[in-house]
Design a protein around this ligand. Structure first.
Ligand SMILES: [Zn+2]
Ligand SMILES: [Zn+2]
Length: 167
């Protein structure tokens, strides 16, 4: 959980509170199953008083262990996330349903940071943009060189069927 004290910036209408953290995945409540973060998440940002709301702005960056969606090799990638989120005083009128509210001088900013980082992680990661993937016929990693299979004329499902008929 990441909490920051906003007692000072609530009193000032100008200026902001700079934020700089090295966050453990557990502090962000992100499990290794959700995202394979290596080491800590670097965060720089600010909390500022925007008059009726407090504005959180944060840039996060971390290294992530990923599995390539094409060749299934493990590799290390970098995830960067930008988070901009408003926090409304609990006493304010017309607060949107999904808005973040605060009712004390200490604000828990874990949820927007957690969501922002998870959303920034690509659904399908590639070890490199031109990853050649696995041969659909024999399963060889084509980044290591060509396996010699005829992949252009034979649909892999047909190849499996042919094999089945032969046997
Ligand atoms: Zn790959
Ligand atoms: Zn092959």
């Amino acid at each position: 959980m990441i909490k920051i004290n906003v007692a000072q910036i609530k009193k000032r209408l100008v200026g902001d509170k700079p934020l700089a953290f090295d966050l453990e995945p557990a502090e962000l409540e992100i499990s290794p199953e959700e995202m394979g973060i290596i080491g800590t998440v670097k965060l720089v940002g600010s909390m500022s008083n925007a008059g009726d709301v407090l504005l959180l702005q944060a840039h996060m960056e971390c290294q992530v262990q990923r599995t390539c969606g094409r060749c299934l090799q493990e590799f290390v990638g970098v995830t960067k996330a930008e988070v901009v989120e408003k926090f409304y005083p609990a006493s304010a009128d017309n607060i949107e349903n999904d808005a973040f509210v605060y009712d004390s001088d200490v604000i828990d900013i874990t949820e927007p940071l957690r969501e922002g980082l998870l959303l920034a992680e690509p659904m399908q990661a590639l070890c490199k943009p031109d990853c050649r993937g696995l041969c659909p016929v024999c399963g060889a990693d084509l980044n290591d060189g060509d396996c010699g299979c005829d992949r252009l004329t034979v649909d892999p499902r047909l190849a499996a069927l042919k094999q089945f008929i032969k046997n």
